[in-house]
Structure formats: structure tokens, C-alpha cells
Design a protein around this ligand. Sequence first.
Ligand SMILES: *Cc1c(COP(=O)(O)O)cnc(C)c1O
Length: 538
Amino acid sequence: MKIAYFSMEIGLNENIPTYSGGLGILAGDHIKSAADLNIPLIAVTLLYKRGYFIQTINPFGQQEEVYPYFDARAFMEPLPFKVTIKIEGRSVDIGVWKYNQIGTGGRVPIYFLDTDLASNAPEDRLITQYLYGGDQHTRICQEAVLGIGGYLVLKRLERGITTYHMNEGHAVFLTLALLKDNDGNEAKVREQCVFTTHTPVPAGHDKFTYEMASRILGDYLPRNIQDLAGQELLNTTILALNLSRAANGVSELHGEVSRQMFPGYNIGHITNGVHHLSWTGPEFEALFDSHIPEWRLKPQMLSEAVNIPDDAIKKAKQHAKRRLIQYVNSVSGAGFTDEFLTICFARRAAAYKRATLIFTDLEYLFNLSFDRVQFIFAGKAHPQDQPGKELIRDIVNTGRQYENRLRLVYIPNYNIWSAALMTQGTDVWLNTPRRPREASGTSGMKVCFNGGVNMSVLDGWWREVCKNRVNGWAIGDDEDQSDANAAADLYQDLDDMVTTYYANPRQWLSIVKHSIADITPVFNTHRMVLEYFHKYYR
Ligand SMILES: *Cc1c(COP(=O)(O)O)cnc(C)c1O
């Protein structure tokens, strides 16, 4: 068995800027667990020389973007060959960089594809320059490089691939290369492919006009492409569904929603996880090492965390929280303290995530939280997402305008490093998406490995495990909710949470322990990758 895992973004660590958010981090964690578990997997992605942007926030609360040059030579090895594909009739050379992800039980090679070669036309050198930076044209070219180029690279380097795993529809053009190699035999291609869809938001599914697709992809498009990818537009998700032997969403609810969106297809689900060894901070690492030493190889053992003494948990949390608060103060001068209940809201600034829901009734919020709660916000908006940028401005300006009544900071440049710091240090991780648009989410899981608790709408992964006031807080119930209802529930929870934290610390620690013991044994990528292995890879 050998699995080839294709992803448009892979996030491994803060030095390699080839990810933007959840999808990339999940891919990185998938690879890390496969390396630990010695599952025969190889991965393919693109090498973005200017990656995803670094975010700064100017004095007006506006997001500004810089794209520093990434020098891959410090981290990976260029391989001495290239492959060539046709894009828009031109020959485009693709170079390959190899990175080895070493795990506790094995390793996973990752091939990064790069069109920034002297032999290419200037416009083609730019194809792999930016992640999600370009227009539709750049996007389809990137997907051609990933799918078709990646397939050719593996043909040259790896024998005996049994399964191609498309992580999102971005990778789907690999099926076109496979079709060519299998004399157009769709059944043969289907036998070799599995597909994971990651978003219930329609705009998240890439679609291209056939005019553009045939101009860019030329002969790679089979004559019956409209039967395979949709009549009006080339829908990458439909193409992937038609040419895969199995498909899945990334949580139970997302599986259900995906079946409604794409009726007639057999779509299951595997709920996402996080790589426990990457996301547990040094404090809880040491704590687990001494109380549950098997946790490194078997994260399911963390169900025994209920037996760890309260004081040890409290002390570990205090340390991690202090690291976060020191950082926050050093970048903002906010004067936060590790005495106060700390709540983080960090995610991509997109409207459906409702970052400003907590501001619905400011007067109520001030009274409830002042001198008791401090809020840390973070997250990037996509450079072309004006409403997203508006949200950031709103949060920053609310913090400024009411600085005497609300302790709030916006920490710029949310990335792997600051996500780790925040998920390790925070008491509470707040999440208020409009159901059911959060396919799974993973950041809240990271918090549970670090003695924090979730307060979240019952969407994605959270509705599978939340026991209200036992292992975290549920905002609302398992129904769709208006913004007004969600806000009212949020305030009720917040009230209860503040009271518990200050007046009943033993109860708080019990919730923390259940947050660890109920959640971490299941919501990790070791469990997730083994599920892929048993359900979809064999
Ligand atoms: C974990 C992580 C995510 C995923 O977060 P969700 O909002 O839960 O989907 C996104 N960005 C970064 C930097 C992360 O570390």
C-alpha cells in the first residue's frame, strides 16, 4: 500500500509559509500523524516563494499585507530533475523540492512543486508565487501544476501508489492525468482515488468556465468533461466526486450537509483532529509525561487525565497563560494580567464566523466583563475580502473606543506560532459561526490539550462531544439560530462562566479536566489518520 496525499496548502511549522489556515494546518497534522504511525504516505503540494501574507494592523485598524520572500534552500532539498506540462499551449517546467517530515515511527516525504525556473516564461514563473493570491486564471494554473504536475512527479519518483487522496477539490486535475494514463477508463481512475471535501460554503468549491478550462488545460480535458464535472461550469468538487471510489466530509454534520449539497453521491465523514505532539505546549507536555507517559504514542490514554491532581493542572495552566499574557503585553502594551479570565477569539475574519457577535449588547458586556475578563482577538482577512477587513476594523476600533470599559486587544498576524501560543495560554476559546458553515474547525481541539475550555456554537466537531457545563459551554442548542438568539445564549454562558471561574474554582478545574479527558483522546490526528487508513486507504 502507498498513499499519495495532494493538498494545495500544507502547514508544518512557522518557518515554511505554504499554508493560510485550517486546511493547510490539517494537512500538516495529517502528515505528521502518518509519519508517527508509519503509514506509507507521500505528500504533494506547491512551493509558494511568497507564501501567504504577513498581517500588520495600522493605526486605523486596517489590515496591511506584506509578502516576504521565502528561501526554501534552508529547509528543503531541490531534486535534480523537472517535469513539463502544457498550460495554455505553453510548456511549463516544474521543479521539485523534497522535505522529509520525521515522525516517531517513520517519515513522510513531501514534494513541493515550483514553477519559478529560468526556463519558464515570466508569467509562468509566477504561478507558484502566492497562495490564494491570484484570480481565477492563476488559480486554475496552480491547480494544473498541483494535479497534473504532481502526478507526473510521482510517476517519476514513486512506484506502486495504490491510492491518490485529494485533500479538497483543488487537486482534482490529477484525475485528468490518471485518465490519460488509463486510456480514458473512468472505472480504473475511480478505483485509485479518494476525496475529502472541506467546506459547506458554496463559494468554497472552485468552479471554472469551460472556456477557461479548455484554454488552459487543452488536451487534458476529456471529451465528456461536462458529464463528469457539471453542465454549466467545471465544478472541481463534482469532478472529484465522480472520479473517486470514496468521499468524505470532515465532521458528522458536515457529512450530512455535503450529502444534501451533492445528492446522489455516497459521502461519509471522518471528523478532523490535531497532531497532539505539535499542539500541546511545554507545560502540559511535562504534566502528561509524568502522569500518563503513554500519551505520546497513544493519545487515547489522555482519558485518564481526570486523575491528575487539580494543583498540577492549575500550575501548568498558569505558566502557559503567563507566556501568552507576556507576549500580548509586549506587542500591545495592554497591561493584561494572568489573574483575569482570558478569552480568545482567533480565526479567519469571514462574515459567517460572526466575530462581532459578542458586541451585540455592549452595555451588558461591559458590566459583565469589566475588571474580570480580558479578550484577545486575532485572525487574517483574505486580501480581497473587504467585509472581512471591515470586521477587523470594527473589533480594533471597538477596543479603542471603549478602552476604559473593555479589555480587548487584536494581536496581528495569526499563524502557526501565535495559534500555538494562544491555544496554550487561553482559558476559553470562543467560537460563534453561523451553523452549519464551520465544516469541522480544529483550533478549539488544540485548547483542550492545554487545559483550556471551549465556548462554542454546536457546529462542526464541537457538537459531537460537547456536554454543556461539564466539558465546556454550548452556545445554543443543536438547531439553527438567529444572530439575536445566539447572542443571548452567548451572554448567558459568559455570565455562568465568569461566576464559575471566580466563585467556584473547583468546578472550573473539573470542567478543565473533562475538557482534556473527554476530548483529546478522540479529536487528534492519530485517531483521524487511522480512520482514513481503515475506511478509505485499504
Ligand atoms: C488550527 C489553526 C486554524 C484552524 O482553525 P479553525 O478556525 O478552528 O478552523 C487556522 N489557522 C491557524 C494558524 C491554526 O493554527
